[in-house]
Design a protein around this ligand. Structure first.
Ligand SMILES: NC(=O)c1ccc[n+]([C@@H]2O[C@H](COP(=O)([O-])OP(=O)(O)OC[C@H]3O[C@@H](n4cnc5c(N)ncnc54)[C@H](OP(=O)(O)O)[C@@H]3O)[C@@H](O)[C@H]2O)c1
Length: 365
């Protein structure tokens, strides 16, 4: 009789232990955007393991993330993540600190509302990020607005200040003037006391850029923009070009840039091939061309960028001098539609992904 009792006890213990094992394994899973290489229809939401925290990393419970051109290239197999980084899409996220890994400072607490630049992994329920890249979400700003900040604002800030060294009174030509990066750059140029001219593919996009502070805008689909830029600068040309187009704009950029101009190349939407007497033209105008990327930069560089941005720009979101520009939002399950919209050039500003939708998050705002 005693033996039967012991057996029953052991059986119950086994059932309880295995139930616990199943539930803690489930606790460690999360929903995340997954894809098979190819078109936007190949995106879907799957269950994957939550990221494990490394030294000085924080786990963010993601409320919102966003789409960037780099995600569309990664989906096509053209832009793999840097070695060691998450292969889940998503270069930014906003949410709350869920937990902190070993060696973290005391700067952040569980439950803090944060946003972060990421090397990947944002289009999911949880993402790990170095604590040095966390930024506080300004008071009064919701998660949708916050997710529209890290990637494009830090990129635009880097292009203008770390690379292009824009000075007060200068003129900056911004291509893709209504893009995510472009709408941030236009506002940052004004903040720096400089003047911007944009190019974009429709009157509506130009009107948005002008409403954000651009002095003029030209529709590149209506012919050569370079003479118009020269006319707008009394024949001098622009001091800085933020160029995300490359190949197809090469001749016009060369005409539109001033002597001693700085040409910051950060994208190749118009191709990467040029021909002609490129060096002769660069030489004559003493133009410096700098190519730059952000995702593959060192943690030290990104930390400096984030620190400088928090000091110089973040307060202006609170004062209302600058604002994130959001075109629309999609739930995580509709991420394929979000990619399609971006690839059709329909957005002005950011396309945000809601991982937790409004109705679920009211209490936490
Ligand atoms: N190097 C870096 O660190 C870095 C970081 C972030 C982003 N980027 C690059 O920055 C660029 C903008 O990114 P984003 O996320 O802000 O993009 P976005 O919001 O998707 O906007 C891009 C816009 O560029 C215009 N465009 C597309 N193809 C074009 C072409 N062939 N010629 C001229 N204009 C074209 C389209 O607007 P229109 O209707 O006006 O044509 C499109 O809506 C991308 O090239 C991206 O790869 C680089």
């Amino acid at each position: 009789m005693v033996e039967v009792h012991v057996l029953v006890q052991r059986y119950i213990l086994c059932v309880l232990l295995s139930a616990h094992a199943v539930s803690s394994a489930t606790d460690k899973m999360m929903r995340a955007a997954q894809f098979e290489k190819g078109g936007p229809e190949n995106l879907y939401v799957g269950e994957v393991a939550r990221p494990a925290l490394g030294e000085r990393q924080a786990l963010i419970k993601v409320h919102t993330s966003a789409i960037n051109r780099a995600d569309t290239l990664q989906r096509k197999g053209l832009y793999p993540p840097p070695p060691g980084e998450s292969d889940i899409l998503g270069l930014e996220a906003a949410g709350v600190v869920d937990s902190l890994g070993p060696g973290c400072s005391e700067k952040w607490k569980i439950g803090d509302r944060v946003m972060s630049l990421l090397s990947g992994g944002g289009n999911s329920e949880y993402v790990a990020t170095p604590e040095q890249l966390l930024m506080p979400i300004p008071e009064g700003m919701d998660y949708i607005q916050a997710a529209a900040i890290p990637e494009v604002w830090l990129t635009a800030y880097q292009l203008l200040h770390f690379v292009g060294k824009v000075q007060t009174g200068e003129t900056v030509l911004i291509h893709g003037g209504a893009s995510g990066v472009g709408t941030a750059a236009v506002q940052l140029v004004s903040l720096a006391g400089a003047k911007s001219i944009v190019t974009a593919g429709s009157e509506a996009k130009i009107a948005t850029a002008v409403s954000l502070g651009a002095s003029k805008g030209f529709n590149y689909k209506e012919g050569d923009f370079s003479q118009k830029v020269l006319d707008a600068t009394n024949g001098k040309g622009v001091d800085v070009i933020l160029d995300c187009v490359g190949g197809s704009y090469y001749e016009q950029n060369m005409n539109a840039i001033a002597v001693d101009g700085r040409w910051v190349l950060y994208g190749l939407m118009g191709g990467g091939t040029i021909s002609g007497d490129v060096f002769a033209k660069l030489l004559r105008k003493r133009v410096s061309v700098t190519g730059t990327t952000l995702r593959a930069r060192s943690l030290e560089y990104k930390s400096q960028l984030v620190g400088s941005f928090m000091q110089e720009v973040l307060p202006h979101f609170i004062s209302g001098k600058v604002k994130p520009i959001i075109f629309t939002t999609f739930p995580l399950e509709k991420i394929g539609d979000a990619h399609k919209m971006m690839e059709e050039n329909k957005n002005t500003g950011k396309i945000v992904i809601e991982v937790i939708q409004d109705r679920d998050k009211k209490d936490e705002l």
